[in-house]
Write a protein that binds this ligand. Structure first.
Ligand code: PEP
Ligand code: MN
Length: 345
């Protein structure tokens, strides 16, 4: 568990947080020194002047600090001031030039580096950052999942899109995965829930923002936990085993998994039959000079499938999502068929 304020704001604020966190067993403290703000004019961090405060607090409390670095000069200052862990922020991960420069500046060092996911849901960019660091000889790496920006704000500040970090873990299992419920949730009330979900998905760690007086915080005021809230969240988290060791349970699970496999087979079979019908329709549309998209039919499909889903106790939005994907793929198939004729002409 990594915890600490979003930003260092003063030496008093820092020491206050450090004393509390250390007495609650935290061994790595996060503390933003340079803050990448989306718009200019807000607090951009204390900068270099905060580093001696961190260095002194680390010695006094025998604790490590993790800070964000966004350019080689930050790396150099962090190294000079005895910072133990670095992280690359979401906006920097999205920029290969920045990541490459940071990677070069780390050549020959042994500091662990955590890489936040890029702001956009691009797994390639995230993996690319690990590759750049690895090529520069940085081997102590970790991934931080902080969610993905969206234009329309939903329940979360940053859409978690859990499937992306899970796919990262599948592709590079040796990189520890750390959840950042603070930047995913964006508000105090969601921190426990997002943390628990990360634990249930076998994440290796969490990074949580904690502030002595969050309401007065100079950055991310809505999501930083008070000391009391942090204690409660920490106590309420339940750790479950990632491995199944109980034989009876394993047998039961295997039985149900076999049925899931069979059902998936049926689903793919049905999808293939559906697509063949769609192609047949595509050929008729082509031969009768009718356009691919028939809005009335599409509306009818969405309506009836919603009703069917509801009757079957399925989440309607979930089913509509699937149908939207099916429709896109059907249009792609039918467009191909239309173009075959065009090519012949
Ligand atoms: C932060 O950790 O305070 C921060 C700025 O995060 P991100 O890069 O995820 O936006
Ligand atoms: Mn923050």
């Amino acid at each position: 568990m990594i915890a600490g304020p979003c930003s260092v704001e003063s030496e008093i604020q820092l020491n206050n947080a450090v004393e509390f966190l250390v007495s609650n067993g935290i061994k790595i403290i996060r503390a933003g020194v340079w803050k990448p703000r989306t718009r200019p004019g807000s607090f951009e961090g204390i900068g270099e002047a905060a580093l001696p405060w961190l260095r002194d607090a680390a010695l006094k409390h025998n604790v490590s600090f993790a800070i964000e670095v966004a350019r080689p000069s930050h790396v150099e200052l962090a190294l000079r001031n005895g910072i133990d862990v670095l992280w690359i922020g979401a906006r920097s991960t999205a920029n290969p030039f920045t990541v490459q420069e940071i990677a070069e500046s780390l050549r020959g060092t042994t500091l662990p580096v955590m890489v936040k996911n890029p702001t956009n849901p691009d797994l390639g960019l995230w993996i690319g950052a690990f590759e750049r660091l690895n090529k520069a000889g940085v081997t102590e790496l970790a991934a931080i999942h902080r969610g993905f920006s969206t234009y329309r704000k939903g329940r979360y500040r940053n859409n978690p899109m859990w499937e992306i970090p899970i796919e990262l873990k599948r592709r590079i299992p040796e990189i520890p995965l750390i959840g950042d419920p603070s930047h995913i949730g964006g508000k105090r009330a969601l921190i426990w829930e997002v943390s628990q979900k990360s634990i249930d998905l076998n994440y290796d760690g969490l990074m949580i923002e904690v502030h002595p007086n969050p309401e007065k915080a100079l950055s991310d005021a809505a999501q930083q936990l008070t000391f009391e809230e942090f204690k409660t969240v920490k106590e309420k988290l339940a750790y479950r085993s990632g491995k199944i060791e109980n034989d009876h349970f394993l047998n039961l699970l295997e039985g149900i998994r076999a049925q899931v496999d069979e059902t998936d087979h049926e689903i793919i079979d049905a999808l293939s039959r559906r697509m063949n019908l769609i192609r047949k329709i595509g050929a008729y549309k082509r031969d009768n000079n009718v356009s691919v998209l028939q809005m009335e039919r599409w509306n009818k499909i969405m309506e009836t499938r919603s009703e069917w889903a509801e009757k079957m106790d399925l989440n309607v939005d979930f089913i509509l999502d699937i149908y939207n994907r099916l429709h896109t793929e059907s249009i792609r198939n039918q467009t191909d068929i239309m173009n075959q004729k065009m090519e012949k002409i």
